[in-house]
Design a protein around this ligand. Structure first.
Ligand code: NAD
Ligand code: MG
Length: 386
């Protein structure tokens, strides 16, 4: 029995880890579609290696390059945003949503509407349009499996339990590379320093988000959609070793935790095998070597992104989409060397304080808020950099 699967964002960190796992069991999977943003060579190589039926490049202008790179392979080349949506409806039973940013929203919703299984890494789509995505999944009967390591841990801890028996979710955070830095020191941080995460190897955007702790803020909102126990019952706990990936406390005060080496192939394999388990090549957890696990409260003064995200999550409506859009623009500008590290949260705060929040009734409403908040973020940034 083979399983038809597609990977959105196949050339990224999560996408490549997913390909690594399926490449170890090639007879178990039939690859329907692989997608990438601009990297034609990496996409064509992956599509050939995994015998994909379709390869989609997000950037429309790269269509002929992709077609040429796939010449003679029999793999169909497609390009552009609509092609990403079409590929999401091309017959996969299991889809990995691993595009980075709100750019993943439309294909992820399209995949959910097919009623199949969606393994969700692309947290920005859930942050921006959580209510709509959960509703799309409910309406089609799709199965949404969290891949973000914390949410995958929570999902595992919740197995067999009822939401009403949960008293708290404890979302663990590594604290990122600047956990012990003062705010004054953070002012001079370079992009190279920010992307060097102490425990995880990840794409550039999420690495910067981990450094500002906006990643944990986005994950707080993500958790509130996936596990509806109320935002105020989801707590963040800094745990520098990244061994406990999150915990669930029940009303009897029993607490369950999920542990593992910091390797994304473990939560990806969980989503790939679910409800069964599949073997991975990952390192077994060696607690004797690790020796100790440390915990501390997060510092909201040095990491204002935590407060901004909690407030946006509590405000609801388009506030999380605005938060996310401003953050995406600010992180890209930081990576381009245009703004400083501390400017990221300052820009997000400024945009959030000025952009009107509405209750979105469709994905289009979310995309309008996303585009408007991006424009405002660029405008705020121009004033900052003159
Ligand atoms: P990455 O930057 O390594 O890869 C992103 C992928 O998305 C690439 O294939 C890229 O081509 C594609 N992409 C980027 N912009 C696009 C666009 N506009 N249109 C179409 N495709 C586009 O990112 P990553 O680290 O693999 O993260 C992917 C997602 O998974 C993010 O939402 C991230 O928050 C989440 N996530 C990642 C990790 C991790 O360990 N890397 C862990 C948890 C969650
Ligand atoms: Mg995570």
């Amino acid at each position: 029995m083979t399983r038809r699967i597609s990977i959105f964002g196949a050339t990224g960190s999560v996408g490549m880890s997913t390909l690594d796992l399926i490449g170890r069991e090639p007879d178990a999977y039939e690859v329907v579609a692989l997608t990438a943003h601009r990297d034609v060579d990496a996409l064509a190589q992956a599509a050939r290696a995994h015998h994909a039926r379709i390869a989609v490049i997000g950037e429309e202008t790269r269509y002929t390059d992709l077609r040429d790179a796939l010449a003679g392979s029999g793999i169909e080349a497609m390009a552009g945003p609509q092609a990403l949506i079409d590929a999401a409806c091309a017959g996969a039973e299991w889809t990995m949503a691993a595009i980075v940013g709100c750019a993943g929203l439309a294909p992820t919703i399209a995949a959910l509407r097919t009623g199949g299984t969606v393994a969700l890494a692309n947290k920005e789509s859930l942050v921006s349009a959580g209510a709509l995505m959960m509703e799309a999944a409910r309406a089609s009967g799709a199965t949404l499996l969290p891949v973000d390591s914390e949410h995958n841990a929570i999902f595992q801890c919740l197995a067999g339990s009822r939401f009403e028996d949960v008293s708290r979710i404890i979302l663990t955070a590594s604290g990122g590379p600047f956990r012990t830095r003062s705010r004054a020191e953070m002012g001079g941080i370079t992009p190279a320093q920010a992307v060097a995460h102490p425990n995880w190897s990840m794409g550039a955007k999420i690495s910067v988000d981990s450094a500002t702790m906006m990643n944990k803020g986005l994950e707080l909102i993500e958790a509130a959609h996936l596990f509806p126990i109320g935002l105020d019952r989801i707590e963040i706990l800094v745990h520098p070793q990244s061994v406990i990936h999150s915990m669930v406390e029940f009303r009897d005060r029993s607490t369950l935790a999920q542990l593992g080496s910091p390797d994304m192939r473990i939560p990806i394999a969980h989503a790939l095998g679910w409800p069964a388990r599949i073997a991975t090549p990952c390192q077994p957890l060696d607690l004797t070597r690790i020796g100790r696990l440390d915990f501390e409260a997060p510092d909201p003064v040095r990491f204002p992104a935590l407060r901004l995200a909690r407030d946006a999550g509590a405000a609801g409506g388009t506030a999380p989409a605005i938060l996310n859009a401003a953050n995406e623009v600010a992180v890209a500008a930081f990576l381009d060397g245009m703004i400083g590290f501390l400017d990221i949260a300052a820009i997000v705060e400024d945009v959030l304080s000025r952009y009107e929040v509405i209750m979105p009734s469709s994905m289009e409403d979310v995309l309008v808020a996303d585009a408007g908040a991006r424009d405002l973020a660029r405008h705020v940034m121009e004033r900052l950099t003159v």
